[in-house]
Design a protein around this ligand. Structure first.
Ligand SMILES: Nc1ncnc2c1ncn2[C@@H]1O[C@H](COP(=O)(O)OP(=O)(O)OP(=O)(O)O)[C@@H](O)[C@H]1O
Length: 519
């Protein structure tokens, strides 16, 4: 923070750009340059806000359309923030020059008797620094041993830091600076805020229990930057001329009082909930998509197996139909054959009966012929008659023998036909047997396929339910991790509140003791 009479070199010390000549650079450029050179791109980040306090209104020097930016104080941590102010991430020095140049252009300045380019506002450059701590590689990151809190081992941590560089508007005597009109108004606000800063410095130097930071926006903005847990450096600038003796002596006195303030630095280390949340969310997303993928895979396999089963069932059904039809046809043929054989057998039996009758007739005729021959011998006269009768009988016998032969050959051919029919019947029976066997085997195969499929479906259902329970377990673990994190945050907050309360009570006790001692 640069403090001093107008025209004594505060902006020169703090805000000089020195783009061409590094030796001309002010504290802002030098600080940013130093931070950039020691930053690790992997773990560190730096962002800046550049504001001015003009006529008790906070304005954004990087986005001049933003005016009347509110100042918010965290009642628990005492941290000051300016919601709505632009925060620009810085990557290199060139970017730094650009931003400071923009800020300088937007800053209120005026020509006074004391300074041709007198700043009419307080300029505040806020540098936000953040360093992610890699827990697993603790040895590579230096965590100061005086850290007040130990945080759970597996959580991602960030070290946060804020550096404010303040170029205050100069304190001035209106008669000396020759301010007129609107500039008198500006000078009044400047002096008012500087005097409230002086009061706060006095109160802090005297270890007073009440620090009047609420008196001006300047002190409200700087509340967490002087006294308390911050480290503060003050540059006081004075004019060498004896003419400014009284201003110089009050400036020096201001610096002297400020030197009495004792600060207690505190490391600001907190859980990087954003990274933690993102990590857990990524993990849940990954598990969910993996589970969905597995389910789809199982569904596809199930559908394929069902399709195959349906095809097998249809094939078996067709086969059954064909076999039934073939068996029915064969049965019909068998009945037809059996009927034909039965009829042939009857015919054969009839023919055999006729043959037997003819044989008997032949035997009877042969006996009668022999008798006739005997009678011929006995009666020559009747020889002629007998000879004719014999010829007639022999002719009849020959005829009967020929008929018998014909019947025999017909019977033999019928027997052959009967054998062929019997062979066809036996072929048909064995074909029916084969079809039945095939159908039985196919049924067996189908029951095996069905059993395998049922087992696979059961195992898939088991796997899906296992995945579901794993997912639920993960959700529960996630919930409990979040609950732990919240518990830890609550515990920390209550501890911090306790520390604040103890500090206040200690301060009250000291004040009480001093009052008793004075009395
Ligand atoms: N150490 C220095 N070397 C050379 N010139 C300087 C030095 N300090 C200040 N100056 C010059 O003095 C003039 C006034 O300085 P500057 O604007 O920094 O004062 P200031 O304290 O910021 O004034 P105000 O409070 O009115 O804004 C400028 O022209 C600046 O260049």
């Amino acid at each position: 923070m640069a403090y001093g009479q107008t025209g004594t070199g505060k902006t020169y010390t703090v805000g000089q750009l020195g783009k061409e000549d590094p030796s001309e650079r002010g504290i802002m450029v030098r600080a940013l340059e130093h931070i950039l050179s020691s930053m690790s791109l992997e773990t560190d980040s730096m962002a800046v806000s550049y504001l001015q306090l003009y006529l008790e209104s906070v304005q954004d020097l990087l986005a001049p359309e933003k005016t009347n930016i509110p100042i918010v104080e965290d009642s628990k941590t005492g941290e000051v923030s300016l919601p709505g102010a632009a925060i620009v991430e810085i990557k290199d020095l060139e970017h730094v020059f650009q931003l400071l140049q923009i800020g300088e252009t937007n800053r209120h300045a005026a020509n006074t008797k004391m300074n041709t380019e007198s700043s009419r506002s307080h300029a505040i450059l806020i540098i936000h620094l953040q360093r992610s701590l890699k827990i697993k590689e603790e040895n590579t990151v230096s965590i100061p041993s005086d850290a007040e809190h130990t945080l759970p081992g597996d959580l991602p941590l960030v070290l946060k830091s804020k550096l404010l560089i303040v170029d205050l508007a100069g304190s001035e005597r209106i008669d000396k600076s020759g301010s007129e009109g609107h500039m008198i108004e500006e000078a009044k606000f400047i002096n008012l805020s500087l005097s409230s800063l002086g009061k706060c410095i006095n109160a802090l130097a005297e270890n007073s229990s009440h620090i009047p930071t609420r008196d001006s926006k300047l002190t409200r903005m700087l509340r967490d930057s002087f006294g308390g847990t911050a480290r503060t450096s003050l540059v006081v600038t004075i004019g060498p001329s004896a003419r400014h003796y009284s201003e110089t002596s009050s400036t020096v006195l201001f610096g002297k009082r400020a030197m009495k303030i004792v600060n207690t630095i505190r490391l600001k280390e907190e859980v990087d909930y954003e990274t933690l949340y993102k990590k857990v969310e990524d993990e849940v997303d990954h598990l969910t998509s993996e589970m969905e993928r597995q389910q789809k895979l199982r569904q596809r396999e199930k559908m394929q197996l069902e399709k195959r089963l349906k095809e097998s069932e249809a094939f078996l059904h067709d086969l059954k139909m064909t076999s039934t039809m073939q068996i029915e046809n064969l049965e019909k043929e068998k009945h037809q054959f059996e009927y034909a054989i039965k009829r042939l057998m009857q015919e054969l039996e009839e023919k055999e009966g006729q043959n037997n009758v003819l044989s008997e007739k032949i035997v009877h005729l042969e006996t009668s012929l022999n008798e006739k021959k005997q009678q011929q011998l006995e009666s020559f006269s009747t020889t002629q008659i007998l000879s004719e009768t014999t010829k007639a009988h022999e002719k009849k016998v020959g005829e009967l023998l020929r008929q018998l032969e014909e019947e025999k050959s017909r019977s033999a051919s019928m027997k052959g036909h009967f054998n062929v029919l019997e062979q066809q019947l036996s072929d048909a029976q064995s074909s029916a047997q084969f079809q039945e066997n095939t159908a039985r085997e196919l049924k067996r195969d189908l029951s095996k396929v069905t059993e395998i499929f049922t087992n696979q479906v059961h195992s898939l259902e088991g796997r899906i339910s296992q995945l579901m329970s794993e997912k639920e377990l993960m959700y529960k673990e996630l919930k409990s991790a979040q609950a732990n994190v919240q518990d830890e945050a609550r515990r920390r907050q209550s501890l911090e509140a306790e520390v604040v309360r103890l500090k206040r009570s200690k301060t009250d006790n000291c004040a009480e003791e001093i009052r008793i001692w004075i009395r």
